[in-house]
Design a protein around this ligand. Structure first.
Ligand code: FES
Length: 119
């Protein structure tokens, strides 16, 4: 006889994973690095205040890598045409960027940085 048990795993847990992407020491204040999480190219930022954020690494205007851009406060400036995004939300804040990029939850475990990628 087959037993049935309800799936008590919430939907977010089933469809997302936390991925270890870097050591805390890999990221300098006021800078960004590019990392891979699954098949995603993600930029991880550390502000001058030591806050961490993660967004898509590819600019929505072209194919520039945002980790090569200039981080100022909570904005990343694209290295190609100087469009900007808010790294907290992924919202485009300066043209020619108009389409948002994805932002990702981020957390620290010990000395490691983890990013949550949702399918
Ligand atoms: S490629 Fe980023 S602003 Fe054009």
């Amino acid at each position: 006889m087959e037993l049935w048990a309800p799936d008590t795993t919430d939907k977010e847990t089933r469809m997302s994973t936390w991925t270890d992407v870097a050591a805390m020491d890999d990221i300098f204040e006021g800078a960004a690095i590019g990392v891979a999480a699954g098949d995603r190219d993600i930029a991880v930022y550390k502000t001058e205040a030591g806050e961490l954020f993660a967004t898509d690494n590819i600019c929505s205007h072209g194919h520039a890598r945002l980790c090569d851009g200039f981080l100022e406060g909570h904005e990343i400036e694209c290295p190609f045409h100087q469009g900007r995004f808010d790294i907290r939300t992924g919202e485009a804040t300066l043209e020619p960027c108009v389409d948002a990029i994805r932002s990702y939850p981020i957390r620290i475990e010990g000395a490691r940085v983890l990013v949550q990628v949702t399918a």
